[in-house]
Design a binder for this molecule. Structure first.
Ligand code: ADP
Ligand code: MG
Length: 243
């Protein structure tokens, strides 16, 4: 098991943001988490990447306890996070944003002497091809389309070579065409990485949900199953889809 979560709970000022009894993810599984606003989806990813400290619970990543570790320690273990809001450097080129992502992996000392070698150049180009940005490497990131910026964010996570990728609402604000390309990208990435994706757009969820879908409502796991099981579950329709 790549990830095992037990009795994970966190409150913010009396509000139970997350109360997750059990969650498991296999290696190279692509899990989609859906649920209404405020269900605790982002909070769950925040805990997994060390940004938020839970009140109680257990998270095992490859049998290693993760809670209590810093965000940097968790990233170094191989858990990579793409946040909801874009965070690329708009005045740098696509290539330099990707180069910076590799530099950040080093210590401050090592990063001072970091020179882009042939090998690094090849690696950046490979990832750029994967996310469909190979023709945009010299472009200033601020001039990319919204979809391309999201793909650059995903590229930055991929460059860290994580075993587990946490991706929050990748298709938000994308055109239909960009959304579909993003789905294809996630399916491709799931051949090599375990992935947890949070998503709202049910058409997109259907495209990428080759494995299980988890439904969170008010911090609790309501249903877990295949896309069609979840789509037709009366409790899911009542509390989320039917509104
Ligand atoms: P989702 O991503 O499913 O929309 P969130 O995980 O963002 O939901 O939020 C779950 C609940 O926790 C919400 O009620 C939200 O207001 C609250 N919450 C999330 N983060 C914080 C925080 N840092 N401080 C206080 N409340 C928070
Ligand atoms: Mg959220």
């Amino acid at each position: 098991m790549l990830l095992t979560v037990n009795e994970l709970s966190v409150s913010f000022g009396g509000v139970h943001a997350l109360d997750l009894s059990h969650f498991e993810l296999n290696d190279k599984e692509l899990r989609v988490i859906i649920g209404p606003n405020g269900a605790g989806k982002s909070t769950f990813l925040d805990i997994l990447c060390g940004k938020t400290k839970p009140d109680s619970g257990q998270v095992l990543y490859n049998d290693i306890p993760v809670l209590g570790k810093t965000e940097v320690e968790i990233a170094n273990l191989g858990i990579g996070r793409k946040f909801q809001k874009p965070s690329v450097f708009p005045s740098l080129t696509v290539f330099d944003n990707m180069l910076l992502a590799l530099k950040m992996k080093k210590s401050i000392f090592a990063s001072l002497f970091f020179k882009p070698t042939e090998e690094i150049d090849v690696r950046i180009r490979q990832v750029a091809v994967k996310v469909g940005l190979d023709k945009e490497l010299k472009k200033i990131a601020g001039e990319l389309s919204h979809g391309q910026k999201q793909w650059l964010e995903i590229a930055i996570v991929v460059l860290q070579d994580p075993k587990l990728m946490l991706i929050d609402e990748p298709a938000a604000g994308m055109s239909d065409e960009e959304t579909e390309k993003t789905g294809e990208l996630l399916l491709e990435l799931s051949k090599h990485h375990g992935i947890i994706v949070i998503e709202h757009d049910m058409k997109f969820v259907e495209q990428i949900a080759k494995d299980l879908v988890t439904v969170l409502v008010r911090g609790k796991l309501l249903v877990e199953g295949s896309f069609s099981q979840v789509r037709n579950d009366q409790r899911v329709i009542d509390s989320y889809l039917g509104r």
